[in-house]
Design a protein around this ligand. Structure first.
Ligand SMILES: *Cc1c(COP(=O)(O)O)cnc(C)c1O
Length: 362
């Protein structure tokens, strides 16, 4: 079976070069006679793996020296609780609700304090990003929260909200390392690795040092206290060793591709191919406002549920897999993360063109 083009939103496609390298090192990692899955997280071999991963990530994103980089577990979802537990000094936080992940984070925060929804795009099924230039930010808010790229709906913040001096916390799960970012504008950015970076099981938290505090909410578990993790260099307990190793390889791959500026250009080109096709198609339509379109997740529909299902089935038979939209929205969604080659997007557009010629009326 040849490799397919995998358009899954996550766990998602990984660079083939990375998988081949990992396969070569599977039984004997660089002469240590074991696989990385079998080594101690306290060994010098792993010290080097996690050290290099952090160094490469810092270099790629230009992480300032007053930020900590943490490799944790529990997925992005656990951060929905960790963020308020660590940051809600005043027990007040403002949430911008642009999709289901932001909404889940907002609901989770409401368990720990007053979580205000200060803007939402739910009125139009999250198909746009609200104007965030002058929101009613609470004077005593401990932070303002966004989900920067909405994986399910396919929208992205093209400019960060005006937080009126409050710290910005961003879930960047599905746009992590897809383009350069100015880390200094965030208090915390975090993301699950399984979208645009590596395998499931790792969540990366980049946090400004002054937010790594002792005065967390009472009852905050040791494991969810950023200070525990920062003081221990992400080695407080056993970290997701193999996942971190693969993330490290992806960071090296990104550097070899030319870094994040080069990835941005490639991602824009790939997205332009697909959106360009959608904009002229008589059968397929994009579902979100053009100005807010994500470069990573591209939802589209034919307007006919049965035709959508037929499209997904036939695409799968042609080696274009996981194009079914999220169960809550239907239609199709193509996730075209960093590791999706341009040839994959071209193959998708070719297939859509051919499908349209067979179903001209829609
Ligand atoms: C997938 C996703 C999550 C949930 O991630 P888990 O690692 O499964 O907890 C959260 N936020 C965004 C934006 C996502 O895409």
């Amino acid at each position: 079976m040849p490799r397919v083009y995998n358009f899954s939103a996550g766990p998602a496609v990984l660079p083939e070069e990375v998988l081949r390298e990992a396969a070569e090192e599977m039984l004997d990692y660089r002469g240590c006679g074991m696989s990385v899955m079998e080594i101690s997280h306290r060994s010098s071999v792993f010290d080097e793996i996690i050290g290099e991963a952090e160094k490469d990530l810092r270099e790629l994103l230009g992480v300032p020296s007053n930020y900590k980089v943490l490799f944790l577990q529990g997925g992005a979802y656990t951060q929905f609780a960790a963020v308020p537990m660590n940051l809600m000094k005043n027990r007040v936080a403002d949430y911008i609700v642009t999709g289901q992940w932001a909404k889940k984070a907002w609901k989770e925060a409401a368990r720990y304090g007053k979580a205000n929804c200060i803007a939402s795009s739910e009125d139009k099924t999250f198909s746009y990003i609200p104007d965030c230039s002058d929101l009613p930010v609470s004077p005593d808010a401990d932070y303002v929260y966004i989900c920067e790229n909405n994986t399910i709906y396919g929208t992205k913040f093209k400019t960060l909200p005006n937080t009126k001096g409050k710290d910005l916390v961003a879930d960047v799960s599905s746009c992590f390392l897809s383009e350069p970012a100015d880390v200094s504008r965030y208090g915390i950015m975090f993301g699950g690795a399984q979208k645009n970076i590596g395998p499931a099981g790792v969540v990366i938290v980049i946090i400004r040092e002054d937010l790594v505090r002792e005065d967390v909410l009472p009852g905050t578990p040791t494991m969810l206290t950023y200070k525990t993790q920062a003081d221990a260099g992400s080695l407080f307990n056993t970290p997701p060793v193999y996942g971190i190793y693969i993330c490290g390889k992806v960071f090296k791959w990104l550097k070899a591709q030319g870094g994040l500026a080069a990835m941005k250009t490639r991602n824009e080109e790939k997205a332009a191919l697909l959106y360009g096709f959608l904009d002229q198609s008589r059968l397929f339509k994009g579902t979100v406002e053009k100005k807010d379109r994500s470069l990573m997740n591209v939802p589209f529909v034919t307007g006919d549920k049965e035709l959508d299902a037929l499209f997904v089935r036939e695409a799968e038979a042609s080696g274009l897999v996981n194009l079914k939209g999220h169960r809550t929205v239907g239609g199709m969604r193509a996730s075209i993360y960093n590791a999706m080659p341009r040839a994959g997007v071209e193959a998708l557009v070719d297939f859509m063109t051919e499908f349209e010629s067979r179903h001209p009326a829609g």
